[in-house]
Design a protein around this ligand. Structure first.
Ligand code: TPP
Length: 556
């Protein structure tokens, strides 16, 4: 049996990746990438990796991003040459800015076919520009080998500090461009195996010690995670936790933080800010982080160190020094916070009225009950219902629609793992990312539902993500679409003041009247449309046998 050098190289590269911690591989079909894909499916049959197949490479990229968001080890994405590779760029940019490990394996034609007008051949080395932590154009198998490339790529994706570019300790995407000549594949050796190993964790740098003393607040942006709550708790400092931080819980969270940051007695007296994650949701936090009269310490999390005021200090991690808590400072924030709690719960049924012997009183109580049940949904009630239905074993993903800002403004504390693509806040790839999150978080029989909250344009932007292979196990995922007929976020932005109404509608609101139910049917997703809080609660708390779309009509 003859073996193709391309097949040998692909097989050993994948074995190396598995021993360096890769467990998930997303593949899209293509000829040039056949040896890589076949090595992956072979290993999947043996149970050493999980393979997920997506036709659209943009969907594949974001699915991989979602998987890596959960597993925190690089997910490999395999695609063919040409525009296929370019479709991985949006997810790569997001992964870079969010600090998510990702490994792009783009098959390529051999160098002699570049720049000469050959079919499906373009310039792939360097395609991902500044958005990869490391990139390498491998030799054609036979001209050279790929030994060691896998381990080096994984180390770079995990944030190894010996990389020239980027921040030490911060994960990110890596690109291996993999050219090959015919024959592009051959049967794999019967004894081809991979030994699963662990991904290398970069050496922990010394933690930055936070002395007691300055009047401090902890700001938790996207992906800050529970560490932000720990810092707030250890220092007895108020916690300004964005809804996408995964840190909106604990004793010291600040309700209605936007208002309090603008209060001269609270925000105005801040002397130090500790930032974890990537804050993006409010003007007030941005203004705070731009102040150059306060001390700002930001824990590194994405491909760019946060430094909006030109003198922010960057740290790998922080620890709180022993000492006395500033009770007066914390107390002032906690009192203000307590006054800002938003209560969206329904008023309890009037039991007395409902059981009254007075007919009129009973009728009034029943009317009030009915009105409560039939109360039409608005954005606040929508996010409140989802938040209440979601628990620590579930996952919640927000799209970059208005709903995430509403959620940020009104929801209280709860320890729920939250995801969002706030690295660049794109409206692309949201459903794909969520399916990756669902796959990873529900692996090996783990419980939980992945819920996605997004607007209609964000939903339609990633409608290709609804296409799942028929043989893929059904994940518990609920995509909750707040459908206000277009992009109403622009109604509240600067453009609404300068654009003529007609132009605002046409070029920004971009009206749509897509029959989402028919889309759901076409792609084989369960569908329901709910207009009341009671119906939404029921949809959210009923068993979720597989992927579902819940459409919630909202006024513009
Ligand atoms: C890839 C990408 N394209 C464009 C934008 C600009 N953008 C931000 S929000 C938005 C509209 C979102 O509409 P929808 O999801 O329906 O939410 P709504 O505004 O109605 O709340 C657009 C186009 C973006 N963030 N990302």
């Amino acid at each position: 049996m003859t073996t193709a050098p391309a097949a040998d190289a692909a097989a050993s590269l994948l074995a190396e990746l598995v021993s360096a911690g890769v467990r998930d591989i997303v593949i899209s079909p293509g000829s040039r990438s056949q040896a890589l894909a076949l090595a992956a499916t072979h290993l999947a049959r043996q149970g050493t990796v999980r393979v997920h197949v997506r036709i659209d490479e943009r969907v594949a990229g974001f699915t991989a991003l979602g998987l890596s968001r959960e597993t925190r080890v690089p997910t490999a994405v395999i695609c063919t040459s040409g525009t296929a590779a370019a479709n991985l760029l949006p997810a790569t940019m997001e992964a870079f800015h969010s600090g998510v490990p990702l490994l792009l394996l783009t098959a390529d034609r051999p160098p002699e076919l570049r720049g000469v007008g050959a079919n499906q051949a373009t310039v792939q080395p360097g395609l991902f520009g500044a958005f990869v932590r490391w990139q390498h154009d491998a030799p054609v198998p036979g001209d050279g080998d790929w030994d060691g490339l896998g381990a080096r790529a994984i180390a770079a994706a995990m944030g190894a500090s010996d990389q020239a570019s980027g921040l030490p300790g911060v994960a990110g995407p890596v690109h291996l461009n993999l050219p090959s000549r015919e024959p592009l594949s051959s049967a794999l050796a019967a004894d081809y195996r991979a030994e699963p190993g662990d991904a290398p964790r970069p050496d922990a740098e010394g933690a930055f010690v936070l002395e007691r003393g300055p009047r401090t607040v902890v700001v938790a942006g996207a992906d800050a995670g529970p560490a932000a709550e720990e810092v707030s708790h250890a220092g007895s400092w108020p916690l300004v936790a964005e809804i996408v931080s995964g840190a909106r819980f604990g004793r010291y969270i600040v309700h209605g933080y936007r208002g309090h940051l603008g209060d001269p007695e609270l925000g105005g007296r801040i002397e130090r800010v500790i930032v974890l994650g990537h804050p993006t949701l409010s003007r007030e936090v941005t203004a705070l982080l731009r102040r150059d009269d306060i001390d700002i310490v930001a824990v590194r999390s994405g491909g760019e160190a946060l430094d909006l005021n030109g003198r922010t200090r960057s740290a790998a991690s922080v620890v709180v020094a022993d000492g006395e808590a500033d009770r007066a400072w914390l107390g002032a924030w906690m009192r203000a916070s307590a006054d800002s709690v938003v209560d969206l719960s329904e008023t309890a049924p009037d039991q007395e009225g409902l059981h009254s012997t007075d007919l009129a009183a009973r009728r009034d109580a029943m009317r009030a009950e009915l009105a409560a049940v039939r109360r039409p949904l608005d954005r606040e009630l929508l996010v409140d219902a989802v938040w209440r239905a979601t628990w620590p074993h579930d996952r919640l993903m927000f799209g970059s629609s208005r709903l995430v800002r509403v959620a940020d403004a009104v929801l209280g504390g709860k320890k729920v793992p939250v995801h969002s693509n706030r690295g660049l806040a794109g409206i692309d790839g949201t459903i794909s990312t969520a399916t990756g999150i669902a796959i990873a978080s529900q692996a090996e029989g783990a419980a939980g539902v992945t819920r996605v909250v997004l607007g209609d344009l964000t939903f339609l932007h990633d409608v290709g993500a609804l296409l799942l292979p028929p043989d893929e196990p059904k994940r518990r995922i609920q995509v909750i679409v707040g459908n206000d007929g277009g992009g109403t976020i622009f109604d509240g932005l600067e453009v609404a003041a300068s654009a003529p109404r007609e132009d605002l509608d046409r070029a920004f609101y971009t009206p749509q009247a897509v029959a989402i139910e028919q889309l759901a049917t076409a792609y084989g997703w369960e569908y329901s449309r709910v207009t009341t809080r009671a119906a939404l609660d029921q949809a959210l708390t009923s068993p979720v046998p597989g992927p579902q779309i819940i459409e919630v009509p909202l006024p513009r």
